[in-house]
Design a protein around this ligand. Sequence first.
Ligand code: MG
Ligand code: MG
Length: 257
Amino acid sequence: MVRPKTEEEIELLRINGELVSKTLAEVGKAVAPGVTTKELDRVAETFIRDHGAIPSFKGFEGFPSALCISVNDVVVHGFPSDYILKEGDIVSVDCGTLYKGYNGDSAYTFPVGEVDAETRKLLDVTKESLYKGIEAAVAGNRVGDIGHAVQSYAESFGFSVVRELEGHGLGTKMHEDPGVPNYGRQGHGTRLPEGLVICIEPMICAGARGVYLARNGWEVHTSDHRNAAHYELTVVVRKGRAEQLSTFRYIEENSIQ
Ligand code: MG
Ligand code: MG
């Protein structure tokens, strides 16, 4: 069931949105060749707990860490590990917080040092496809309008959209209705009421859109082992223009990503 949030609930979601945004910026400062993905996880967990919140992913259905850290051909749900980041990698960091009973959820794909031109394009197009999705997240539109906006933009560059995973509503639960696919048809799907809080999170592949689940039951890889990028923001559906509850501003203030 789709339930719009009260302004009081939105305020708590906004606090969480700020915290995940600032946590991602802290992680971004630490991304560099020679750093392990476990070290990035530690940066995030410390920052979140120092702000009186809980890293909501840790323990969720058995997930072991504060962050999902997904390198190169891992689309999402990667485990932080002893893997040492190297120049030219891309690292997708997904962060969740729980504060006063409400959730924050955002993700960003960071380049490690210099990446090749095609990879840079994948990052730029995936991030922009998220903004195209946000533009479509206005009261009275439908979920399919968001998916269509993301898909048509990403595919116009020859990239492909993962179909098996999607965005979602956000509130006291990490995943609420409606599901928000990154593909779709204009005018189709659940209608978006004012006050609905959703996470839009394009997962875009450089190559084919096929994915498979790793043996650990979590990590989603591209079948062709080419790179995938993932950006996620939380927004409130409003009349005329959605309001962002999380932002990449803090990341982008730190450096050119
Ligand atoms: Mg997320
Ligand atoms: Mg999410």
